[in-house]
Design a protein around this ligand. Structure first.
Ligand code: ADP
Ligand code: MG
Ligand code: ZN
Length: 612
């Protein structure tokens, strides 16, 4: 902890100064102690003495005499047991060059000064020890004065120049967050009608997609202070520091309300309790608990909104997602083609572009790039242009930078070839069509061929239209059918299949097997549970695992599972073949836009009806 070091530093200085003063006082009187009365008498006789100053002590009649000698610049002091006797002696010797000072009035003070200083010093050291201990156990008073040291950075509205226009693409997200901005601007408008605005919002998505930027933009738009702290800033070697930093942060934020607190990379503290190697992490849990306590503590409409960002929502402690905490999640994904073009535009605002630059074309070829990658791309291009002493960026600069940035990006996600894009487009269209056509699943919410991470080329997301507790047999079958859709579409179009459907197949198989062994949905086997609970967390739990049923039953389970999968596969094939036109149209639309929403997707079916 830095702060404590600083305290001891000051303490050391004070200590040294006081020590010096004490030593000086202790020795100042004795520096001429070797000058004796006898030497003085000798010097006086030789007429070497020019003048004498007699000082009386407060304990009359003692005192001292300061003697000035000829041919000697030093002063010599004689300690006198009786000032009057000394004075008489000088008179006897007819020496008149002496003066007598009165009894000093501040004598007692000067005498006690060293003692006073020692007491003061001890007092100072004592309070320091106390206060640093308090800081360790989380006392606020000493730390609030040192808010700057609690690592959170506050940006005032004057310093924050980020606005929504700087965040390109993310239109839906901005629209959703507009409400938050409005609330921060005019909390009264909302509170007067009793509206409740969420206290906490969680921005989730892959790195570099603009979560931090978006959070800053909210503060910028609303014109409120912005407190920034990263999850890892709470972590220190000393136990309790994290929790006390949280307390500081919130108490400071309350003074500046309305305002925004932004906790970046919250996964560093809000990891699921008891997960990870090495058991629980007390410090992290304390910090997390403190955040939850603070969030529960302030009233809903106090004007503080806590934003947090993470790219690992799956590992977060579910406690933080509870109502009254981070109960609203906003997904910030990788941009689609149009989004990428806009981001490129934003980042070429201050860069002169040659007339051959076609940002639309660059956007087309940068599938899977995040906003940060694109910014990096334009920056590299600008460096290239400067290196070749050109005042503007050419298309060639960007293309060459693409290779450089692309290689780095490939590690994180992947740069997708045209062929892969086409396969993914058909695969996802296959899923989407089945979601739409089958009555119990769907409707389709989004279809996308933007890679979401390594090994995930695209996704089709359905919106379940009602809350369900139980899934019926028919629903399970339809889900298996949907899962088959990707592979079926690949087969119909390319006459060949890829490994891209492995996840789908795994899920379908699991559902089918559960239907047979767990839910008793197979007529052949009846409602008997053949499912072994496998909640044990031991590694290698399958070793020495004893099946609770015969080989005969085992092969029957396989047969039944197989039958379910086959039937679903055939059904998927039949439906997709019937909608071949939609499949082509959907795939083409995806290749063009990369991501399509519900309305666009459903319109494809209407087109078909018109054509027929
Ligand atoms: P995250 O917090 O999601 O990891 P950042 O907000 O830190 O990402 O983004 C890093 C940088 O990438 C930003 O400073 C900005 O220059 C650029 N960037 C990312 N997304 C966008 C976007 N949507 N519009 C404009 N620039 C973006
Ligand atoms: Mg960030
Ligand atoms: Zn799939």
């Amino acid at each position: 902890m830095k702060q404590q070091n600083r305290h001891t530093g000051i303490g050391l200085y004070i200590f040294l100064i006081v020590l010096f003063i004490i030593i000086w006082y202790a020795f100042s009187g004795s520096k001429t102690s070797n000058y004796s009365m006898n030497s003085f008498k000798k010097d006086l006789k030789n007429e070497d003495v020019t003048s004498v100053t007699i000082k009386q002590n407060s304990e009359v009649p003692t005192g001292s005499a300061v003697v000035h000698l000829k041919a000697d610049t030093n002063d010599y002091t004689i300690y006198l047991s009786d000032v009057n006797a000394f004075q008489d002696y000088l008179d006897d010797q007819d020496f008149t060059h002496y003066t007598v000072n009165d009894v000093p009035h501040d004598g007692w003070f000067l005498q006690f000064l060293p003692l006073l200083l020692v007491i003061a010093l001890m007092f100072i050291l004592f309070t320091m020890i106390i206060s640093s201990q308090q800081a360790q156990v989380g006392g606020t008073n000493s730390r609030m004065m040192n808010f700057g040291k609690s690592r959170a950075k506050m940006t005032t509205k004057e310093d924050n120049h980020v606005r929504f226009k700087d965040v390109a693409g993310l239109e839906e997200e901005k629209e959703e967050l507009g409400e938050v901005v409005d609330f921060l601007k005019e909390p009264g408008k909302y509170t007067s009608v009793g509206a409740r605005i969420p206290k906490g919002l969680l921005l989730e998505g892959p790195p570099g997609t603009g979560k931090t930027l978006l959070a800053r933009a909210i503060a910028g738009e609303a014109g409120v202070p912005f407190f920034f702290i990263s999850g890892s800033d709470f972590m220190e070697m000393f136990v309790g520091v994290g929790a006390s930093r949280v307390r500081d942060l919130f108490s400071e934020a309350k003074k500046h309300s309305p305002c925004i607190i932004f906790i970046d990379e919250i996964d560093a503290i809000a990891r699921q309790r008891g997960s990870g190697l090495g058991g629980g992490h007390d410090e992290r849990e304390q910090t997390l608990n403190q955040i939850l306590v603070e969030m529960d503590g302030f009233a809903v409409n106090e004007g503080i909104i806590v934003l947090a960002a993470t790219n690992r929502v799956d590992i977060l402690d579910p406690a933080i997602l509870r109502p009254g905490r981070f109960d609203r999640k906003i997904y910030v994904g990788r941009p689609d083609r149009k989004g990428r073009e806009e981001i490129l535009k934003v980042h070429s605002n201050n860069k002169p572009l040659g007339d051959d630059v076609d940002l639309g074309q660059i956007a087309q070829t940068t599938v899977g790039f995040s906003g940060a990658d694109l910014e990096n791309l334009m920056n590299e291009a600008a460096i290239k242009a400067a290196k070749s002493n050109r005042a503007y960026i050419t298309q060639e600069d960007i293309k060459q930078s693409f290779v450089k940035v692309g290689i780095g990006t490939e590690k994180k996600s992947r740069v997708v070839s045209e062929r892969d894009k086409k396969i993914t487009a058909y695969h996802e269209s296959g899923h989407a069509i089945l979601y739409h056509v089958l009555p119990l699943v769907g409707p389709v919410y989004t279809v996308s061929i933007i890679p979401t991470g390594p090994g995930a080329a695209g996704y089709t997301m359905a919106l379940p239209d009602k809350d369900k507790i139980f899934e019926t047999k028919e629903e399970m079958l339809e889900n298996i059918t949907v899962a088959m859709g990707g592979r079926v579409a690949e087969e119909i179009i390319f006459g060949d299949v890829t490994g891209g459907a492995s996840q789908d197949i795994k899920e379908a198989t699991k559902t089918a097997k559960d239907m047979v062994t767990k839910y008793g949905m197979s007529d052949e086997l009846g409602p008997i549970c053949y499912h072994e609970e496998s909640d044990e967390v031991f590694l290698g739990r399958d070793y020495g695992h004893v099946k609770g049923y015969s080989d005969e039953v085992s092969s029957l389970i396989d047969k039944e599972t197989r039958r379910i999968i086959d039937e679903c596969y055939d059904r998927a094939k039949k439906i997709i073949t019937e909608h071949r036109q939609v499949l082509d149209n959907c795939a083409n639309l995806l290749l063009e836009k990369e991501k399509i929403g519900r309305e666009e997707f459903e319109a494809l079916f209407e087109d078909k009806a018109v054509n027929e």
